[in-house]
Structures are given as C-alpha cells and as structure tokens.
Design a protein around this ligand. Sequence first.
Ligand SMILES: NC(=O)c1ccc[n+]([C@@H]2O[C@H](COP(=O)([O-])OP(=O)(O)OC[C@H]3O[C@@H](n4cnc5c(N)ncnc54)[C@H](O)[C@@H]3O)[C@@H](O)[C@H]2O)c1
Ligand SMILES: [Zn+2]
Ligand SMILES: [Zn+2]
Length: 373
Amino acid sequence: MPTEIKAAVFRQVGEPLSVETVELDDLAPDEVRVSVVGSGLCHSDLHVIDGSLPVPHLPAILGHEVAGIVLEVGAHVQDINVGDHVVAGITTHCDSCPGCASGRTWLCEQRFAPGIRTDPLTKLRSGDTLIGGIGGMSGFAEQVILHRSAAVVIDPSMPLDRAALIGCAVVTGVGTVINAARVRPGDTCAVIGCGGVGLNVVQGAQLAGAGRIIAVDLSSPKLELATRFGATDIVNPADGDPIEAVMSLTGGRGVDYAFEAIGLKSTSEQALAMTKPGGGAYLIGVVSPGVDLEVPGLELVLDNKSLCGVRMGSSNMANDFPYFVELYQQGRLMLDELVSERITLAEVNDGYEKMQAGEQARSVVVFEPPTRS
Ligand SMILES: NC(=O)c1ccc[n+]([C@@H]2O[C@H](COP(=O)([O-])OP(=O)(O)OC[C@H]3O[C@@H](n4cnc5c(N)ncnc54)[C@H](O)[C@@H]3O)[C@@H](O)[C@H]2O)c1
Ligand SMILES: [Zn+2]
Ligand SMILES: [Zn+2]
C-alpha cells in the first residue's frame, strides 16, 4: 500500500514549488523508509528551478540534502534498524562493481542499474502521474525511500537539522579538499564562491592545515562568514580583477589549489588562472549543459597544472559521514553557523529566493520527528 506524504512538487520552470500530497511506493528488499527531519536547500536545486540544469523528468520533488529517522527497513537490509538516525547521500552504490571494489564507491558503475532504485520516478506518483527527483533523491518531502547504500547511520545525539548539511554541502566542500585535492599543511588555497558549499571548502582547507585560504565572493556578508570559517584573506571581485588580487596576495605565484563553487564559465576559468605551476583547479560548481570551458592548453602543460571536476567530494560516504559527525561534536566542523534559517516546507520558495539574492549560507526545511508508537 503506497503511503501518502506531503512534498514540495516542482512542475515547471517559472512556477513555484507547490506543497501537495503524493504517494510513496512500498519498500523494495534493499531499501529503507526514512522520516525526513532536516532537508537543506542547495544551489543545485535552484539550477533546476531557474532552468539552468534540466532534470530528466517533471514534475519532480527536489531536495537532496537530507537527514532523518528510519521508519521501516526492507527484508534484505541487515545493518540499518528502525529508529536509526541517518544522513542520506546521493552516491548510491552496489559494493561489487570494479569502482566499488576499488573502494571508490562514488564511481559505482551499477548506480543506475535495474535493481537499485536510484530514480524517484519509480517510487513517487500523484494519481497517474509519475514524479521524478534530483540526483536520485526527493528530499523536500515528509518521507524518502533510500537504497541501503544511500543511508548512512550516524550517532543519534547529532542534531538532524545540521546533520542534513553533511549529505551535500559538507561532503562536497570538505570532501573535495580532503579526498580529491588532498591539501597538505602549508598549502595555499583560493575558494571562488563562498555559499553553503564554498564555506565548506574553506573549513575543509582549514582542517587540512592550509597556510593561506583566500575567499573570493561578490557578497560582503559571505566574505565575513568565510573569515569565521577559516579564510585568512578575502577578495571581492567587485573591487577589481580577482586573479590579480590572488596573485598579489601570493607574491605573484598563485595558489596551490583553487576551488570553484559557483558553476560559471568565467569563474571556472579564473580558478585555473590563479593556480601556480604544479597547482590544481578543482571545479565543484555545476556548469550549465552546453557551456564549454576554454583552457590555455600550453600553460596547462608547461606549468604542470591540473584541472579536475569533482562530484560529491569523491566521498566514500560510509567512511566520511560519521567522521564529519565526530568533527562537529568535537567543535571542529562549523555547522551551527552554516544554518542561516530553519523553515517549513511551505517556505521553501522564499528560501530559494533568498539564496538567489545571495543572502543565505544554508536554509534548512525542518519537519517534526516521527512520534514513537
Ligand atoms: N559538484 C558537486 O557535487 C556539487 C554538489 C553541491 C553543489 N554543487 C554546485 O556548487 C555550486 C554552489 O552551490 P551553493 O549551494 O554553495 O550555492 P550558493 O548560492 O549558496 O553560493 C554561491 C556563492 O557564489 C557567489 N557568487 C555568485 N557569482 C559570483 C561571482 N561571479 N564571483 C564570485 N562569487 C560569486 C554568491 O554570492 C554565493 O555566495 C552550485 O553550482 C551547485 O550546483 C556541486
Ligand atoms: Zn547539493
Ligand atoms: Zn558499484
């Protein structure tokens, strides 16, 4: 019997998300049903809402930064129990393909294979209309169904509204620094775009012991926040060319690592231009389909530079999520400061308007935890 849940449904570009009752399917044997407690607003959803990143199917339920409490487990699930607190991750995986077998679960080849229901389209409907999601998730809803590999059990003392941020902003930002770039103590870093993801790049660089962390953003409040998250220097491109500013702050050399967390062609190209010989540019921001980057090939080769795209922080979630929880509990990962606002599901459109205006680090939709029977 399908379960009726409330969710914010996105029907088409230009229209606000509307809170509706939809039906969520029964569990498959490898899945868990989760009562969502926190669901963060990420700019990737906003790219879908503003039409710059089409999703394969509309209507869709967006939202992919989720934490909650397990309500039900499928017959084949052995390591997750009803009542467990989980952070959801979109890097669903099979554990047996060559990618998974090498420990790089984020490169799973079977992610979209039949048998792993990553697509919300197979789980959600409104009457006869099938409903899709984003990246395999549909988090602006009272409940989600997750493949067991996409639900990571965490310490129940961790507040779930902040735990939600681990599922995207934290794993993407901190994960890129630690897993992909592997920043070492003393390295210099520049972070272009200091929203929810970029602030986590900044704090990841601080955790890694980076020597100089240069935050670049057009918003002065974001730059102030970046300083609290560990930035040693700030650059506002409104005051002049950010490449020249970064060069001047680094004695004309450039940085070891530049991270782009906006998704623009211009800033992605800036990231490579501000790295020093032997350095690397790590692109996190989602560039719109059809947008090609122009890279100076000769400089890339002769200066031994690298250019790397990173999805979801190249993270093995089962390893990294509990580690992020521990860092938060020890006071070494700033999550309280990342939540600008806690909102209801009905306020999700206002939350995205504020993100568009550059006002918020992260807004989180908060649902009542389930009552125990
Ligand atoms: N690769 C991944 O796995 C992954 C995961 C999550 C998010 N993302 C992407 O990362 C990007 C950032 O997401 P977010 O949620 O942090 O967004 P956000 O809106 O919270 O932050 C973007 C920041 O960029 C700043 N900005 C905008 N234009 C600028 C410019 N020209 N120069 C300098 N600063 C500028 C804004 O002021 C804002 O602070 C998005 O493209 C999102 O889709 C990628
Ligand atoms: Zn995201
Ligand atoms: Zn796999």
